[in-house]
Ligand binder design. Structure first.
Ligand SMILES: [Zn+2]
Length: 501
């Protein structure tokens, strides 16, 4: 294998060098080769460490920080993958910076908790119409992984450069609840904000008696009641495709009480933050992380209020019928899901935004329904944890000893992890690992209860310095395998959605 240095020595011009490196890439990521601003940039990997090499004919004036040397007829700068250099790269090659993806088409949230998965994700969606949202973390995930938004964004930047992916990617400040957090994500250049409205949705209404509902409803300001009643009590709306939404008076008061504060919150954030921006942004409304399922009627109410208040959104994430638990397939009545999903898709199409499906990892039984009804309008499917589970799968295959330590950590921290994530897993169904042979360990990643156990405890594993070091060491060593597993697993998603053959 010729090293990139040898090739640089032999080349005469930058074009010549590019061609030589394409043919005999050795330690260079061939898709990363970019001729821009009289320079040749590419990513190399030496002794498991990546860096970017910037080659120029003469002393350049680029802003990258790094060691400069003469190699052959060229000036060579070796650029470390740090935050400052990522920023320079984003301003130099604009496609390495996140961008808004808009209100139509198919996009996927491909959360990458370790900062190692994006190259595999990009390989999976290459040659499909899917636009990737590579940087996607919530405050909860940042806290549990001990990462910052800068880390998350930088990892995505380097990954698109490595893969030469110029199709445009998004960066999602996921499930943000506070204006200060939103401002922070936007300041860093995030292109999408998912506004989590759960703290303003009144879940208690779900269990109130009719009399209690009426008494609470009567406490709403009279003008508000009048305005809502005229629009949403016993009204019929025809959607663009001819379907009808009937705003049932029996459900009306509960609906108004459940969502009215959340709507005011959406308006406040939109007015105070989103309208002040001088660049396009994907603004997603999430009403999913609550106990109250979003009926089609609720969805219409929220959508119509957004329109009435002049709030432009790229997507809305309802809480669909049934259960979307972490890391496992959909649980619930498929027929009912299909019936309601079709109406949700009609509503988002009518109002001109994408339907967003959260906890979209591994929902294989509903993917064909999502693909069928939402394809024309566009949709966004968020995944994250399943990509982490593929990392654990690699470890189970190549380092049984580390896997056993992780599994034990998961068992020890399950109780605490359940405060962060609601899952229905039954610990009694997770096989005792002491009874399993090493070659049986990967099988645990195909067992629902074990999947959920390993899924929700990632933060506790990563907060243990020794385990964290082990995880990164194994995954860096077996990078090719991780990529292969990710592509294979994402392909299952893409096939079920009807995107890939
Ligand atoms: Zn969500």
């Amino acid at each position: 294998m010729t090293s990139w240095r040898e090739t640089v020595k032999q080349a005469e011009t930058l074009e010549d060098l590019k061609q030589r490196l394409e043919e005999e890439s050795g330690d260079v990521f061939p898709d990363s080769l970019q001729l821009a601003y009289d320079k040749l940039l590419f990513m190399v990997k030496e002794a498991r460490e990546r860096r970017v090499v910037v080659v120029s004919d003469r002393e350049g004036t680029d802003q990258f920080e790094g060691e400069v040397s003469n190699v052959g007829v060229f000036m060579v700068k070796q650029v470390a993958l740090n935050g400052k250099n990522a920023k320079v790269l984003r301003s130099l090659l604009t496609w390495t910076a996140p961008q808004a993806l808009g209100t139509s088409g198919i996009s996927m949230g491909l959360g990458d908790r370790l900062g190692l998965a994006s190259p595999g994700h990009l390989k999976a969606i290459r040659d499909t119409p899917v636009r990737p949202v590579l940087a996607q973390q919530s405050m909860r995930e940042l806290e549990l992984t001990n990462r910052t938004y800068v880390d998350v964004l930088d990892a995505a930047t380097w990954a698109v450069f490595q893969e030469g992916y110029q199709g445009g990617y998004g960066a999602d400040g996921d499930h943000l609840k506070k204006i200060e957090d939103i401002l922070m994500a936007l300041e860093l250049g995030f292109s999408m904000i998912t506004l989590d409205c759960s703290e303003h949705i009144n879940d208690e209404i779900l269990d109130l008696t009719e009399a209690e509902v009426l008494s609470q409803y009567n406490q709403l300001p009279k003008a508000k009641r009048k305005e809502f009643e005229e629009l949403y009590c016993d009204q019929r709306y025809e959607l663009q495709n001819g379907a009808t939404i009937y705003m049932d008076p029996e459900h009306y008061q509960r609906m108004a009480l459940t969502y009215h504060q959340a709507l005011d919150f959406m308006e406040k954030v939109y007015e105070q933050v989103i309208t002040k921006l001088d660049r396009p942004i994907d603004f997603e409304i999430s009403i999913d992380e609550v106990a109250t399922p979003t009926t089609p009627q609720d969805h219409f109410f929220v959508a119509n209020e957004l329109k009435k208040r002049g709030i432009k959104v790229c997507s809305v994430a309802p809480r669909f019928y049934g259960h979307f638990e972490k890391g496992i397939d959909y649980m619930g009545d498929l027929e009912q899901f299909e019936q309601e999903f079709a109406v949700h898709a009609d509503i988002s199409s009518h109002f001109g935004y994408k339907l967003s499906i959260h906890s979209g990892s591994d929902k294989f039984s509903v993917f064909p329904i999502i693909g069928k009804y939402a394809r024309a309008t566009g949709y966004h499917v968020k995944t994250a944890g399943t990509n982490w589970l593929e990392a654990v799968r690699v470890i189970a295959h190549v380092d049984p000893c580390l896997y056993r330590a992780l599994h034990q950590k998961a068992l020890d921290s399950l109780k605490a992890a359940r405060k962060y994530y609601h899952v229905s897993m039954d610990l009694a169904k997770v096989p005792e690992i002491d009874t399993l042979e090493d070659q049986e360990l990967p099988g645990l990643l195909d067992q629902d209860d074990a999947r959920q156990l390993l899924h929700i405890t990632y933060g506790f594993m990563l907060q243990d310095p020794k385990l964290k070091e082990g995880i990164y060491e194994v995954l860096k060593k077996h990078e090719g395998r991780y990529e292969q597993f990710l592509v294979c697993h994402m392909n299952r998603h893409l096939k079920a959605l009807g995107i890939k053959q």
